[in-house]
Ligand binder design. Structure first.
Ligand SMILES: O=C(O)[C@@H](CO)OP(=O)(O)O
Length: 248
């Protein structure tokens, strides 16, 4: 039996402001820092140890990982930064207020943009200042790999090669792995692992800064999964994420 732990970053400044974030590189709030440290303590207290860690190239996930590792006294662990674990690109919605967007376009439309499997948000224009073209962290990528928007299906298509080519072989080699990533890049991995239908994935919301443990069989099929920590608080945090896209 294998185990892997996933963790969404702690609260970011744009989570607090309720803005669509995607590939924008915002940092953690003080609450996000506290969540990341608490996640590290929870992992340590539950006896988890790791050999290898993965995160995105966005600082909210990277800092969450660093803070959690510090709490575990495990900052020596290798950290692999992979752009393919980035948040889903939110296209022209990046920077907009989620509640205001719902008031303008309706809760239903915003739910489709936030959670549907194959309907992307409106795309950025190529000459929009908000594109990631020219950002040095993506210098090794072909321009065609840098999204202007993404639906979850697109995110699955970029995350899965990272899973299949890097992470799954490391799990099979017996490495204990911690992944610090994002709400929608984790939804992409979980959809694939649990074989969640395109319809049911709409209802899956991931809370900030809560370690999510997956136990996997020899074929890397999930046996069970559970969040560490206070289950009522986690359920409330998931419901709060679901409600972020509603007009007040
Ligand atoms: O804004 C985003 O990039 C994501 C995660 O914070 O939000 P949502 O939950 O609306 O997909």
């Amino acid at each position: 039996m294998y185990k892997i732990v996933f963790m969404r970053h702690g609260e970011s400044t744009w989570n607090l402001e309720n803005r669509f974030t995607g590939w924008v590189d915002v940092d953690l709030t003080a609450k996000g820092v506290a969540e990341a440290k608490a996640a590290g303590r929870a992992l340590k207290e539950a006896g988890f140890t790791f050999d290898l860690t993965y995160t995105s190239v966005l600082k909210r996930a990277i800092r969450t990982l660093w803070l959690a590792l510090d709490e575990m006294d495990a900052m020596y662990l290798p950290v692999k930064n992979d752009w393919r674990l980035n948040e889903r690109h939110y296209g022209a919605l990046q920077g907009l207020d989620k509640g205001e967007t719902a008031a303008k376009f309706g809760d239903e439309q915003v739910l489709v943009w936030r959670r549907s499997y194959d309907t992307p948000p409106p795309a950025l224009e190529k000459n929009d200042d908000r594109t990631s073209f020219g950002d040095p962290r993506y210098a090794s990528l072909d321009e065609s790999q840098i999204p202007l928007t993404e639906c979850l299906k697109d995110t699955v298509a970029r995350v899965m090669p990272a899973w299949n080519d890097e992470i799954a072989p490391a799990i099979r080699a017996g490495k204990n792995i911690l992944i610090s990533a994002h709400g929608n890049s984790l939804r992409a991995i979980i959809k694939m692992l649990d074989n969640i239908s395109d319809a049911d994935i709409v209802g899956l919301n991931i809370p900030n800064g809560q370690p999510l443990v997956y136990e996997l069989d020899a074929d890397l099929k999930p046996i069970k999964h559970y969040y560490l920590g206070d289950q009522a608080a986690i359920a409330a945090a998931m419901a709060a994420v679901a409600n972020q896209g509603k007009a007040k």
